[in-house]
Ligand binder design. Structure first.
Ligand SMILES: [Fe+2]
Length: 471
């Protein structure tokens, strides 16, 4: 009888392990020689696809360039490598940045949780190689955050693009090796350097890992120097607003219990940003967590504190949105310094958030700023960091957000060896405070900000036209 019980218990254990463990991502780290070979074989093309997050966890989106005359915006997807129960999804083509190609965009829907899929896209000539995409749990899940990938850094040189591509490949590979349970990646922007070169996007899409990890990429000021983001991405629920122009856009998406509000912080159109947040929140009243994403680093760390466009204008536009909608966490980048704030309301610290601690139903928002892939260590830390409890700038980093039950665990690790640098857990058993009298007053006062934002917007359009793009 003891033997039978032992056997049964071991079966149960094996079964449990098989349910919670995930296959590793196919995302190898590469040596300089291996990367050079990959880079040189792909650099003269611009047709690598991007896997993007869907409107929710049951969708993903694929976007790629194809020859205008041959393009077929179709994706085939099925279960397992044999692609059982294969389905074909058809999308649409829109004009590309050149005359010879079009942009293909397809949304794949009806995905089931904890399922291994393989997919292929139609290149225009044939079906592509098979790529694996594994869905994870739709309730408990993990996201990876990496910022300022900024392929090309501050240049348009292919040597720097290649250098950043290798760093990006290897940090992503490290993050995926350590987190085989990750469901998607979020970046607070500056994906490219000039925003004008197809090669920047092609390089960003070279790492094998991106074929299996849907990405949500915010727009940064470097992307905003050109229009390429418009042709190489396919984000869900894009919001083009009343006053947005050109590349300007926000978007939102949902994964499990988490609602992401992703802002184009290079536009001062407060009315549009607030309207997007309102729409997203009203459509997702049951989302337990709300996370804001924007490029510029509100409150620092680093030189941001000396930048009036961020400290005055963006603070006035975005802080009330995050406070009004009781956001739990805001992801930023831009200053190339990894850091995490204490709990903040408006622009003030209202409570300490110490590394390694768990806080239950805290008052205030955590701001997390990402380090850059394209640059480590060039900005020093001589500026005051009163709001920030943790910062680091001389190594690559990545952050994970892990959602389980009532908790969100935020961990930041080194990008080369996953050494833990910072960790904090928020436990939330309350609902969002959307309807307090103070919130009504804040919304009324925000009308003034919306008006001032519009006036600034008109002036900024002239400034941007004169300087030939965003800083
Ligand atoms: Fe930036």
């Amino acid at each position: 009888m003891k033997k039978i019980i032992a056997l049964l218990l071991s079966f149960i254990l094996v079964f449990q392990l098989s349910v919670v463990s995930f296959a590793a991502f196919d995302a190898p780290k590469l040596s300089q020689t291996e990367w050079d070979k990959l880079y040189n074989s792909l650099k003269d093309d611009n047709t690598l696809p991007m896997l993007c997050v869907g409107a929710d966890e049951t969708e993903v989106r694929l976007v790629w360039h194809a020859e205008k005359d041959a393009a077929k915006p179709e994706v085939k997807i099925g279960k397992g490598e044999a692609m059982k129960n294969v389905k074909t999804f058809k999308g649409e083509t829109t004009e590309a940045e050149n005359e010879e190609q079009v942009v293909c965009r397809v949304t794949v829907s009806g995905l089931e949780e904890n399922t291994t899929y393989y997919y292929q896209w139609h290149t225009g000539e044939k079906w592509s190689e098979k790529c694996k995409y594994e869905t994870k749990s739709f309730t408990s899940h993990k996201a990876i955050v990496i910022g300022d990938i900024q392929i090309g850094g501050q240049t348009d040189e292919s040597t720097k693009q290649s250098e950043d591509g290798l760093t990006w490949n290897n940090v992503l590979a490290e993050a995926l090796e350590e987190n085989s349970d990750a469901s998607y990646l979020v970046s607070p922007g500056d994906n490219t350097s000039t925003g004008k070169g197809a090669g920047e996007w092609q390089t960003l899409l070279m790492p094998k890992g991106v074929r299996s990890l849907p990405m949500a990429l915010a727009i940064g000021n470097h992307d905003k120097k050109g229009m390429m983001y418009n042709y190489y991405t396919s984000m869900p629920n894009e919001y083009f607003g009343k006053y947005f122009e050109g590349l300007d856009r926000d978007f939102w998406f949902r994964h499990g219990d988490v609602l992401y509000l992703v802002f184009d912080a290079c536009s001062a159109s407060a009315a549009d940003h607030m309207a997007m947040a309102k729409e997203a929140v009203e459509k997702n009243p049951d989302a337990k967590w709300r996370i804001g994403v924007m490029h510029q680093a509100l409150f620092g760390p680093g030189y941001s504190i000396l930048d009036p466009e961020t400290t005055i204008l963006l603070n006035a536009v975005f802080t009330p949105i995050f406070d009004t909608y009781d956001v739990d966490l805001v992801l930023t980048g831009h200053s190339h310094l990894q850091g995490r704030s204490h709990f903040m309301v408006e622009s003030s610290v209202v409570g300490l958030a110490k590394s390694g601690e768990t806080y239950k139903n805290p008052n205030g928002i955590i701001y997390l700023n990402t380090n850059a892939i394209c640059d480590q260590g060039s900005f020093d830390l001589e500026f005051p960091h009163t709001a920030y409890s943790f910062f680091e700038n001389d190594v690559t980093t990545y952050t994970t957000l892990e959602f389980e039950g009532d908790t969100m665990k935020i961990e930041t690790k080194r990008g080369d060896n996953s050494e833990l640098l910072d960790s904090i857990t928020i436990e939330k058993t309350r609902k969002q405070h959307d309807q307090t009298p103070l919130k009504w007053l804040q919304r009324a006062l925000y009308k003034v900000v919306e008006l001032l934002g519009l006036i600034y917007l008109k002036g900024d359009n002239i400034t941007v036209a004169i300087r030939g793009g965003h800083f």
